[in-house]
Design a protein around this ligand. Structure first.
Ligand SMILES: Nc1nc2c(ncn2[C@@H]2O[C@H](COP(=O)(O)OP(=O)(O)O)[C@@H](O)[C@H]2O)c(=O)[nH]1
Ligand SMILES: [Mg+2]
Ligand SMILES: [Zn+2]
Length: 350
């Protein structure tokens, strides 16, 4: 296998690269970013490259900002490596950029599997997991949920059950990165030429798992303070090659994960919830107070947990404004706020 293939290159990428090859450019994969420099992995080794002037100018329009995992076309002249183009992405994980502007930030690109890592300590949060699932499913990668720090959690089995209830088809594994326990499942995902990225809150144990897989202390891990919050943090996304030839991407914890457009991801994350809608008596049921509403019936029967319905409404609410005029957006927001309030009232009167 040549070097590029070890980093995930295949015939389809080679095809997409043809026009760039004709211009004498070299294929490479973005392994990390350091300020305005991109660390590229290529056939002959590693190099730092900057964006071409034209590419920078085009960023204002429609070319993507290169992300870790991207395949790019670069001019590897001996004096200066310059990145000219990004190949179409096969998958990506993107969130809405923090702050007001409705811009997309691509965290990683061209990933086969995403390990969504959650600590079984204060970190455990089903609502946040739903958010991660929606984001990952939207971007076309395969999510796998890892419940880490099983050594710290006497209720691990209970939590596994609760997680499986929201995970649908997505696999869930209990493990301890620190003790190296419960890691047999890794063999199913860590395959030569495949790319696996880790996502999850800061302190969940991502870098500990990366180090375990690499068999060396490559990524700094945190020393925990008394409150369970870490101090040393992985500061950027970085790609590694495992001993068996899997490309592994560690990421820093995300403080905020706002959904960008994720209609498809939400549909797949909440298939069980949306399946109820067809059982409502009225086609235009708003699942509010309508008679014959299958959602209200499921909530009353306890087959749909109020917290999950709340979560669904909340995430739909965050999606609500997309593509609408400000006036329509305000109206949609009011409607969703009302539904969320109603649901809260219903929960507290249980
Ligand atoms: N008890 C326990 N601690 C763990 C486990 N995995 C990671 N940790 C600890 O959790 C802290 C944060 O781990 P780290 O890998 O830096 O988390 P990251 O922010 O997700 O990369 C460190 O102190 C690790 O030693 C585990 O399975 N069990
Ligand atoms: Mg880390
Ligand atoms: Zn209904």
């Amino acid at each position: 296998m040549d070097a590029l293939e070890r980093f995930g290159w295949d015939a389809a990428y080679a095809k997409a690269f043809e026009p760039h090859a004709a211009k004498g450019l070299t294929p490479a994969r973005v392994a990390a970013r350091e300020g305005s420099l991109f660390k590229l992995w290529m056939e002959t080794g590693e190099r730092l490259a900057q964006l071409s002037g034209i590419y920078k100018r085009d960023l204002e329009r429609d070319v993507p900002f290169p992300a870790v995992g991207d395949w790019v076309a670069a001019d590897m002249s001996p004096t200066r490596a310059v990145l000219h183009a990004v190949l179409p992405r096969r998958s990506r994980v993107a969130r809405k950029e923090a702050g007001e502007r409705d811009r997309l930030q691509v965290l990683v690109a061209n990933v086969d599997t995403i390990f969504v890592v959650s600590g079984l300590d204060q970190d455990f949060n089903l609502r946040r997991l739903e958010r991660y699932l929606a984001i990952v499913l939207e971007g076309g990668a395969r999510p796998v949920i890892l419940l880490n720090k099983v050594d710290l959690c006497p209720e691990a089995q209970e939590r596994l059950k609760d997680t499986r209830a929201v995970a649908g088809e997505v696999a869930v594994h209990l493990m301890s990165a620190k003790q190296g326990a419960g890691l047999d499942f890794l063999a199913e995902y860590l395959l030569p030429g495949k790319t696996v990225a880790l996502l999850g809150s800061s302190g969940a144990g991502k870098s500990t798992l990366v180090n375990h897989i690499l068999g060396r202390e490559k990524q700094p891990t945190k020393t925990l303070r008394g409150d369970g919050r870490g101090r040393h943090t992985t500061t950027s996304r970085e790609m590694f090659l495992t001993p068996n030839g899997t490309v592994l991407i560690d990421t820093p914890g995300l403080r905020e994960i706002q959904l960008a457009d994720a209609a498809e991801g939400l549909r797949r994350t909440f298939e069980d919830v949306e399946a109820l809608f067809s059982g409502c008596k009225f086609d235009n049921c708003r699942h509010h107070k309508e008679p014959g509403c299958a959602v209200l019936a499921a909530l009353a029967a306890g087959t749909l947990l109020a917290a999950r319905w709340d979560s669904y409404l909340q995430l739909k609410h965050e999606q609500g404004g997309r593509g609408l005029t400000p006036w329509e957006k305000a109206r949609a927001n009011r409607k969703h706020s009302r539904l969320i309030d109603e649901n809260k009232k219903r929960n507290s009167s249980d």
